[in-house]
Design a protein around this ligand. Structure first.
Ligand code: ZN
Ligand code: FE
Length: 269
């Protein structure tokens, strides 16, 4: 497996980019996230609380590479966080839970179709990883019970299949209005927030984004950085929320009708 890479799409080191305050940089009291590439183009995310060494895995759908990453990080696992019920996000959950004894956290609204939950959560609920609190943001649209996890201390947003780099999830169970509202909630987070989504989709999303918004200079620069990263075999995720706000057409749509039109055009693209 490739060594983890903490650089943002523009090449800055992630921990520095999202933690401008020297207090965080030198005390290490924050959440850091490392990608675990799994399946065809999914990312599971290995989170670590710098203060306590507590570890979480997000969407561990393929147990072998996920276990290898956990073992390489010291073999500790406290939490399994699930963004939504699709198999490419949950398939390895029971095997990883059995192996490490971790607690499973997922959406209360989808408890009937998720692996057994130790903590069932909804909008505004808190999830403790060591000394750090994450906040649950309900993000329906891709699925009814989709949730995101936001760790302010470290600026880490785990957004599954809701917000993608230069794109957003398909409306498989929700309306355009629901997805638009979910994206607005994520867009309101601090612009230095890191966007840790569930798939490596940047290059294919960039093709539609450039088609939809060809004159956007920030988008062109973003797409070029992503192309260069992929040419080197490096992840384009996480991105910076501020860069998504400048370049991602689905975040830039000013109202629901425009968003719905964009989403429908992308489905046919
Ligand atoms: Zn999905
Ligand atoms: Fe997915």
């Amino acid at each position: 497996m490739k060594a983890p890479d903490f650089r943002l799409s523009d090449g800055r080191l992630h921990a520095i980019a999202v933690c401008g305050r020297a207090r965080d940089r030198y005390s290490g009291r924050m959440i850091t996230a490392q990608p675990v590439p799994i399946l065809k183009d999914n990312y599971a995310w290995l989170l670590r609380d710098g203060a306590t060494g507590a570890v979480a895995i997000v969407d561990p759908a393929d147990p072998a590479p996920v276990a290898a990453a956990i073992d390489a990080a010291g073999g500790r696992l406290d939490l399994i966080l699930l963004t939504h019920h699709h198999n490419d996000h949950i398939a390895g959950t029971d095997e990883i839970r059995a192996r490490y004894g971790a607690r499973v956290v997922g959406a209360r609204a989808d408890a009937h179709r998720l692996p057994a939950l130790d903590q069932a959560v909804g909008e505004g609920d808190r999830v403790a990883l060591g000394a750090t609190q994450g906040r649950v943001i309900a993000t329906p649209g891709h699925t009814r019970g989709h949730i995101a996890f936001y760790f302010a201390d470290g600026g880490v947003l785990l957004c599954g299949d809701t917000l993608f780099t230069l794109g957003c999830g398909r409306l498989l169970e929700g309306s355009a209005a629901e997805m638009f509202a979910s994206l607005r909630k994520l867009a309101a987070l601090p612009p230095e927030t890191g966007v840790y989504c569930g798939h490596e989709y940047t290059e294919s999303n960039a093709r539609f984004a450039l088609h939809a918004d060809p004159e956007n200079a920030a988008l062109r620069a973003y797409a070029e950085r992503a192309r260069a990263l992929r040419a080197e075999g490096r992840p384009t995720v996480p991105s910076r929320l501020g860069d998504e706000l400048a370049a991602n057409p689905f975040l830039r749509a000013p109202e629901v009708a425009g968003f719905a039109d964009l989403r429908a055009r992308k489905d046919r693209f």
